[in-house]
Design a protein around this ligand. Sequence first.
Ligand SMILES: NC(=O)c1ccc[n+]([C@@H]2O[C@H](COP(=O)([O-])OP(=O)(O)OC[C@H]3O[C@@H](n4cnc5c(N)ncnc54)[C@H](OP(=O)(O)O)[C@@H]3O)[C@@H](O)[C@H]2O)c1
Length: 275
Amino acid sequence: MTAPVAIVTGGSSGIGELTAHQLNERGFTVYAAARRTDRMKGLERSGIRTRALDLTVDRSMQDLVEGVVAEQGRVDLLINNAGFGAFGAVETVAMADAKAQFEVNVFGLARMTQLVLPHMRAARRGRVINVSSIAGYVAEPYGGWYHASKHAVEGLSDCLRMEMKPFGVDIILVEPGPVRTEWNAIAANSLVASSKGTPYAKQAKATRRALKAMNSSILAVPASRVAEVIVTAALNEKPSARYPVGRRAAAIMIAGKYLPTKAVDAVTGLLYHAR
Ligand SMILES: NC(=O)c1ccc[n+]([C@@H]2O[C@H](COP(=O)([O-])OP(=O)(O)OC[C@H]3O[C@@H](n4cnc5c(N)ncnc54)[C@H](OP(=O)(O)O)[C@@H]3O)[C@@H](O)[C@H]2O)c1
């Protein structure tokens, strides 16, 4: 039997890089893709194929999927992992930045999915794993567009899961809590940039420190842990619809869904201002 073929977006860093390694170790033929191809040399040394990908450019996404299908004749697994946090108060984040957030986290993920589905439907099997977040269940101040994007990923994935069931294609959500990756610094820096000279500047600086501290916090899990869960979701014969990852992730998801909104706001506010 030939090895199953996987595409991993966001392969140049963090969760995507480790997921590519772990899938490779489990016998998948892996294509890791991101804009910074220089950051994927380590993957190449392990025998992983790397490709340039910009999720804001339609041709780039088409080239990737067409190239994989031309080389392998199939795509069995798509890991929609690439994403970032455009942080800042809803009042001050420029609409262009808000749109850029959705372009990658939502429309890029959706377009990659559109491109692989015809191949999976034809094979009557396949799996798409969307890396969402507990941010798709709860919200915190100054993360409006990121949270909105992950809430959108949740809704989109729930629709798609039902649409794909008759075709034998599984749509799976992985829901990490805080993870130690470059994501934290990127979100922190965008928060400060979008808050500069605004009434939110002081709080933004405090929040930046808290976000950056996440990389050494015991509340956060290593990216390898998320990768392990993604690989479990990829291999499980009867996969769950959702895989929470990390300390208290499942509890936070349940609280976000079932507790009264004012109670969730109050607890989030306490945690937030304690930072
Ligand atoms: N870290 C956390 O606390 C956390 C928690 C929950 C969920 N998540 C989610 O986990 C996923 C992976 O994040 P991470 O923590 O591993 O962060 P990361 O280390 O910053 O990795 C993000 C990846 O996304 C890629 N990317 C960003 N913009 C892109 C674009 N326009 N086109 C193609 N690729 C792009 C980056 O590659 P290039 O810059 O090279 O293109 C990079 O490989 C994201 O969806 C994130 O929202 C993270």
